[in-house]
Design a protein around this ligand. Sequence first.
Ligand SMILES: [Zn+2]
Length: 670
Amino acid sequence: MPDPFYITTPIYYVNDVPHIGHAYTTIAADVMARYRRLTGNDTFFLTGLDEHGQKVQQAAIKAGIDPQTYCDRVTPQFRNLWEKLHISHDGFIRTTDARHKAVVQRALQNLSNKDLIYRAEYTGWYCTFDERFWTEKDVQNGLCPDCKRPVEQLSESNYFFRMSRFQDRLKEHIQQHKDFLRPETRRNEVLGFLQKPLEDLSISRPKSRLSWGIELPFDSDYVTYVWFDALVNYISALEYLPSVPAFERYWPASIHLVGKDILTTHAVYWSTILMGLELPLPRTIFAHGWWTVDGEKMSKSRGNVVDPYVMVEEFGADAFRYFLLREIPFGQDGDFAREPFIGRINSDLANGLGNLLSRTLTLIHRFSNGRVPEPQDSTTTGLETELKRTAESLIREKLPHHLHSGRLEFNRALESIWGLVQLGNQYIDKTAPWVLAKQPDQKPRLDTVLYHSAETLRCLCISIYAFMPTTAEEIKQQLGLTLNFTKPILEGEFNWGGLLPDTQVTKGQPIFPRIEATTKSQGKNQPSPDHLGSSPSYQSQATASSQMKPEPTQRPGNTPGSDDSITIQEFEKIQLKAGKVLSAERVPKSEKLVKLQVDLGREQRQIVAGIGKKYKPEDLVGQTVVVVTNLKPAKLMGIESQGMVLAAGDEEVKSLATFLEEVDPGTKVK
Ligand SMILES: [Zn+2]
């Protein structure tokens, strides 16, 4: 029996409106939970809401109701969203639950009994918005360093947790446990933070200032600091479970998923609290990046907040889940824009997976009476071997590797899955079953091809389930599979050949209808996902290599190889931005390569460019250039290049592409 698997999202602040960031973390957690259940782990997936604190108290006063009523009223906007996004959480905790409060009080009492809590006078700069004190050196011009609002000097008596005592132990733990803080860059940030002496943590707020919180068990004039209260949810929730040894079963947590802004809080506050309580630390705390929208930071004032409800309504939960996890590596920042989203729906989902399902079922209906034929072993070729090898390595090696807790490479996992989608479509193109069907002596070969196409879909169905549960169910129905996703998948299902011959298939609606973008390609046949051949004009990068093949006779036009125009959607997949060169140096032992540090507004990238023959490094500094930002990182002479700069010239560089007017780094180029 594999180990129990316990995964959490942060508990979200009830006062927030759910946005793409909340959806992102929760979808990622859901994928992991579904995947682990499928592979046999006893899984517990927790999410919930943080309901205490000043902002909730203020909002309730404004609404003229008591805070609990206020919380009860706004809670459904999260709960309902999770339902729409098919989030399969096992627990939903609210910090106003009586049982949670009891655990928080017990933890405080426990620390107090060990003399890990003391009372002291504290004077500092207080930010009401962030509900926290800052030291003299943090405050700049009387403003909070975090939210830039004015801070006020406050002096008050509070209770403190002796966090400083655990500094060395924490450092050691981080150093000894490679997977404890992920990704690596964030781990280094926390270690950097721990270079400075760690202060003790104020864990109380006087009720005179804030009453909406959990009362300290040893002083009724105080409530618990919201972060202490919130973090304890990860252990208090386990006490809700009916089985008594739930805590022993699931703690320590396998993964806490957090946004990068709250990694330190988790890595430092939560870890030291656990040390104080003499409990083991979580195995992995994984910090993911932030989403910008159309290249800009999301904010209410800009009016560019992506409402997940609207996305689900318009595009469906599975497409949204797919896009968020496919588009960027989990630890990095990403940009949300409509066109790339629609582009992926059309290329990867409609023309990729949807087309493979649709054409396979059409072929089985047409040439095998709607029943999966028996493969004829004597007719299998290298193509079938390749399909089998790719599918088995996907399920047995690639998915477990990419979805390992210390990696969480959702994008790579999806890339691998779509590698099989591509291969499946290529297989049909190459074998051309519609041609085989015209030659009676090719019947055994035709049966083999139809079987292998359908078996590819069965393997894809298992592979995409965690990411796109509704789509997997739909494929399962249409393909007539007996899989039961509510139970662990049986070992045998992972092997090639699990599909039973004679299974009745049922062709349904296209699983991903194409979405018409505002700009259409001109003079092109726009194939529906229903057609039998592949569609060169809409292929994603992943399927581009399947273009060279005989066309099925059904479709007029499109002479293969004569037309290499691309659609606007394909072009828009290339993300171009203005970047300002901050520094440049020659790559040693290369006369061509120059290593650039480029400012892209919200981030800085290192780019290795082959422009060293034309330009001296010092001439490049300060130039604003055009950068391809979504190119896969590559190593050039051992140095990582995280993008590409555009230049004119074929064999040799004639001129860098630059701008007529001054533009800000990070500006989109289109
Ligand atoms: Zn602030």
